[in-house]
Design a protein around this ligand. Structure first.
Ligand SMILES: CC(C)(COP(=O)(O)OP(=O)(O)OC[C@H]1O[C@@H](n2cnc3c(N)ncnc32)[C@H](O)[C@@H]1OP(=O)(O)O)[C@@H](O)C(=O)NCCC(=O)NCCS
Length: 195
């Protein structure tokens, strides 16, 4: 069977729902506009994001539509994170920039600030990594973060990512010039965890 990332993406029978002990990751739908707005309009969440906080709910409606279309085209996979019991959106996690030749993808994640410090993001990102390394046979996952984003760096280190390049200046949220860092996790390092 082909291990080409795009062929594996194309063969997915539907949106891959992932369930852990405390969180569940599912696909987006029109009913999620309020939850997506609450997440991406929070200035604390958007502090180091590549876009500015949403101002109006219509932006969240557009974002949900875009997430659905990107899954239809298998360009990006945007999971919405909920607690295991309950269906309200408390975060998101995405795989994108699929590179078939290098069997590589990039990961991004955000959690509502009233849920920080509980280990839920670590669990959600772990589920996505596990899925990406198995279902898509990825060899490597990268994260591109603002060098000032200590919570994100701690999360990546906890999961075994290592910083790749020296930080380089990059515009964040369209306004600020800040250093960005690439952190990478090879499949072997992920599979060696817990051995
Ligand atoms: C990055 C982000 C998702 C991390 O969220 P978080 O709450 O720190 O991450 P977790 O949910 O995994 O929680 C981990 C923390 O909870 C603590 N914790 C408490 N109970 C825990 C448990 N049962 N299991 C694991 N960790 C637990 C950990 O010790 C850790 O604390 P520390 O960071 O002080 O070491 C969050 O800061 C965020 O959404 N930021 C805004 C969006 C963003 O910048 N995303 C990254 C851009 S790619």
């Amino acid at each position: 069977m082909s291990s080409d990332v795009h062929a594996l993406l194309a063969r997915l029978p539907g949106f891959p729902v992932l369930a852990g002990q405390r969180v569940r990751l599912r696909g987006p739908g029109a009913a999620d506009a309020d939850g997506v707005f609450a997440l991406f309009s929070d200035p604390a969440v958007m502090r180091y994001w590549t876009s500015v906080p949403m101002q109006v709910r219509a932006q969240a409606e557009g974002k949900v539509e875009e997430m659905c279309t990107e899954f239809t085209h298998r360009d990006r996979i945007h999971w919405l994170v909920t607690e295991r019991r309950g269906d309200a959106v408390i975060g998101s996690c995405s795989l994108f920039r699929f590179d078939a030749r290098r069997r590589l993808a990039e990961i991004g994640y955000a959690l509502r600030s009233d849920h920080w410090g509980r280990g839920l993001a670590t669990e959600a990102v772990s589920l996505v990594l596990d899925w990406g390394f198995h279902a898509l046979a990825l060899r490597r996952v990268e994260a591109d973060i603002d060098a000032r984003n200590d919570a994100s760096r701690r999360l990546l280190a906890r999961l075994g990512f290592q910083r790749e390049d020296p930080p380089r200046p990059r515009f964040i949220a369209g306004h600020t010039l800040a250093d960005a860092e690439v952190h990478a996790l090879p499949a072997q390092a992920w599979q060696a965890r817990g051995r």
